[in-house]
Design a protein around this ligand. Structure first.
Ligand code: HSE
Length: 308
């Protein structure tokens, strides 16, 4: 049976060096979620591809939980009786720093609002509601905003208000390399100081603005000079075996700038050429540290979540 609704949601790379919690890029690697009608009451789920062997198959699955919790906020339990089956086809590796959980949160919200408000959920105000709720649930605006909107997004979220501005970019190809290393975002956040010096804050503000301008204009020389961070990377990179070496190896192979993807353990490299060689060099550096790693050469996706 054809699905009632299919949505594709891209991987994202958050932070982009100095833009901690404020910058994110959508990448051309997609998770696809199908909502099917089902005869039996409740919601069931199956996953294929990335994470299929570890993702839950019950209500605790993030897509199902998000969808049911959202519906429960608007509809009394006796009216929530229809049956659904969700099929997840995942290409975004889980726990990698590529926003896989943001894709699941957004899918759950899109399904919920497609059922609650079939006319309104595609409108700008419907999209805005989905973005705000995704931020409240997920906490990482720099993943959910580019996953929803596509491209490069600047985001600032405070006191229930999510400001998200998409910046148009020329075509851009990046390398992401993901080692097999368990590095939970909550743990990666707990490693960060609670307070920073004014010098470090000022350094990051300037660098983050330069990174946006470099990407907007395709000025890779400016990107090379500006992509540096004092807020998170100095604390996280040393905790990932082989990450410092992978960064050095990528730079030696011609990458212009290398940074953690989100909270890691994945890493993101920008280059004008030799993307595969850079991916292989990073893989070898992780292998020397005892970690298996995979890499992808990906275009930035100007498009975000798509209802197919
Ligand atoms: N900005 C977040 C962090 C991204 O670095 O903790 C998490 O994907």
């Amino acid at each position: 049976m054809a699905p009632l609704l299919t949505v594709r949601i891209p991987a994202t790379s958050a932070n982009l060096g100095p833009g901690f919690d404020a910058l994110g890029l959508a990448l051309d690697l997609w998770n696809t979620f199908e909502l099917h009608g089902a005869d039996q009451h409740g919601v069931t789920v199956e996953s294929h591809g990335e994470g299929a062997d570890i993702l839950p198959t019950d209500r605790s699955h993030l897509v199902v939980r998000t969808m049911l919790d959202e519906i429960a906020m608007h509809v009394p339990p006796e009216d929530q009786v229809r049956g659904y089956h969700i099929v997840c086809r995942n290409a975004v590796p889980c726990g990698s720093g590529l926003g896989s959980s943001s894709t699941a949160t957004l899918a759950g919200l899109i399904f919920a609002y497609a059922l609650l408000d079939p006319q309104g959920f595609r409108t700008p105000s419907g999209q805005n509601r989905i973005l705000t709720r995704a931020f409240e649930i997920e906490g990482h605006g720099d993943n959910v905003a580019p996953a929803l909107l596509g491209g490069l997004v600047i985001v600032s979220a405070h006191d229930g208000e999510v400001l998200a501005q998409k910046v148009a970019l020329p075509p851009l190809k990046v390398v992401v390399c993901v080692p097999q290393f368990y590095f939970m975002t909550t743990h990666a956040r707990s490693m960060l100081p609670l307070h920073y010096s004014r010098a470090d804050a000022v350094f990051n503000i300037g660098r983050a603005m330069l990174v946006v301008e470099a990407l907007r204009t395709g000025d890779m020389k400016l990107l090379q000079k500006s992509l540096a961070d004092r807020i998170h990377e100095p604390y996280r990179l040393p905790a990932i075996p082989g990450a410092l070496e992978a960064k050095r190896a990528a730079l030696a192979q011609g990458a212009l700038a290398v940074t953690l993807s989100g909270a890691g353990p994945g890493m993101l490299a920008f280059a004008n050429a030799d993307h595969d060689a850079i991916g292989v060099a990073m893989q070898s550096a992780f292998a020397a540290a005892g970690l298996r790693a995979r890499y992808w050469v990906l275009e930035v996706s100007p498009r975000g979540a798509q209802i197919v």
